[in-house]
Write a protein that binds this ligand. Structure first.
Ligand code: CAP
Ligand code: MG
Length: 432
């Protein structure tokens, strides 16, 4: 049988140029730890189940992965020589480190927790065009969180109804309207019509409020060419953003969109729908931390990190880990969370988005958890307001302003009817 154990060398000291990956390996009762660990390193780099002649060639061994560290509870670290990879090809990189290894019988479960990206690979990717500073510059908003809202029901409304909601939330005080993850170009709300009418009402709302307003328009499309055509249309109509469902569209589509958005001058909002299929089981799958790093390299400007207190499964430490790794330039190793050190060189930071089950009564808690360098998205928490979307937006902004001024929501409600109504209706409830 294959010498999976040959891929384990606990005396190996990784080269600075190696890619390091932290995995948690479940070992089946009939298997040895060493063979299970080696199977992951073998299958995710050069090997297979059978011992083949080529394995003895020096030039082949040079691009083989090695398990070099093993801790408690199945945690291991694997080093990959950087020349195993096509530096700027995310699809190939993940087909190695996050490919067949997840499905092998030699492991009963496998969780890829974090990646330390070597400089040669970090430099091979564009990273965000705008980053946090650039996004803040679009709005002229230096400190406070940016506020956005997704019209709800998320799909089914007509273009006119959708755009009207945009007008209602922009004039209610929010900065951004956002398409939902599954709104694209359906018959009842065609893409080009929606862009034109929404941006027309955006211009009207800007004039009335004197504030910059924008719109995260979902360009997710049947083909990459059509996605790029939609992005071009947004730019031509005066939009500032292209939104993409990064996981259902695929990594190469994200990279292609990023290349084109450089010329179009569009910022990219990354929605992560589908991530729950592989990132919620702490013992198996691919962490949202790793997804956040992947999309930072590919070059999105904004990414959903979870809220811990909202409706989606998002353990506190995971939310904080991904926030740290997508916003900092240098990150220290966190052995407790099995997060690896990282040097992002001059890759710009990504704006973290907190969304999913939030309502005005939860805004103080979210700020306490994540600080103010975030984007806050409330969908149901605005459009479910008893007096409708415009009142919901007023309540959201009043709750944020109260928190930033150090006032309680009760105090702020005394001078804001819409916030009072939201507090009477939801209080501090956390939807599940
Ligand atoms: C939130 C949302 C977002 C989720 C995605 C939704 O709506 O529009 O897609 O936030 O989850 O469709 O659920 P609500 P995450 O504000 O009404 O909950 O941000 O965790 O990726
Ligand atoms: Mg949504």
């Amino acid at each position: 049988m294959a010498g999976y154990e040959d891929f384990v060398d606990l005396s190996y000291k990784p080269a600075k140029s190696d890619m390091i990956v932290s995995f948690r390996v479940g070992v089946p009762g009939w298997e040895t730890k060493k063979r299970a660990w080696g199977a992951v390193a073998s299958e995710s780099s050069i090997g297979t189940w059978a011992k083949v002649v080529g394995l003895k060639y020096e030039h082949v061994k040079k691009v083989a992965a090695k398990v070099f560290w093993a801790g408690k509870d199945g945690w291991i670290k694997i080093a990959y020589p950087v020349d195993h990879f096509e530096y700027g090809n995310m699809a190939q990189i993940l087909a190695s480190i996050a490919g067949n290894d997840f499905g092998m019988k030699a492991v009963s479960s496998l969780r890829l927790q974090d990646v330390k990206w070597p400089a040669k690979i970090v430099k091979a990717f564009p990273g965000p065009q705008f980053g946090i500073k650039g996004i803040r510059k679009i709005f002229g908003v230096k400190k406070r969180p940016l506020m956005l809202s997704v019209p709800k029901p998320k799909v089914g409304m007509t273009t006119k109804e959708h755009a009207q909601i945009g007008y209602d939330i922009w004039t209610g005080g929010l900065d951004l309207l956002k398409d939902d993850e599954n709104l694209s170009n359906q018959k009842f709300n065609p893409f080009e019509k929606r862009v034109k009418l929404s941006l027309k009402l955006r211009d009207k709302a800007e004039k009335e409020t004197g504030e910059k307003k924008s719109y995260l328009i979902n360009v997710t499309a049947p083909t990459t060419d059509e996605m790029l055509r939609r992005a071009k249309f947004v730019a031509r109509e005066g939009g500032e953003y292209a939104m993409i469902d990064v996981i259902t569209s695929g990594w190469t589509s994200v990279r292609t969109l990023r290349e084109h958005c450089a010329d179009l001058g569009l910022a990219i909002h990354a929605h992560r729908a589908f991530h729950g299929a592989f990132d919620r089981n702490p013992k198996h799958g691919f962490s949202n931390l790793a997804v956040g790093e992947v999309v930072r390299l590919l070059g999105v400007d904004q990414y959903h990190i979870g809220t811990h207190i909202g409706k989606m499964v998002s353990p506190k430490h995971e939310v904080l880990d991904v926030q740290e790794h997508i916003t900092q330039q240098k990150v220290r190793e966190n052995p407790v969370e099995h997060c690896l050190a990282e040097d992002w060189l001059d890759t710009k930071p990504v704006f973290p988005v907190a969304s999913g089950g939030l309502q005005p009564g939860l805004i103080p808690q979210i700020i306490d958890l994540l600080g103010t360098e975030i984007m806050l998205q409330l969908g149901g928490g605005v459009h479910g307001h008893p007096k409708g979307s415009h009142a919901g937006a007023i309540a959201m902004r009043a709750a944020l302003e109260a928190k930033l001024e150090g006032k309680s929501l009760e105090e702020a409600s005394a001078s804001c009817k819409a916030l009072q109504q939201a507090m009477d209706y939801w209080g501090y409830t956390r939807p599940r």
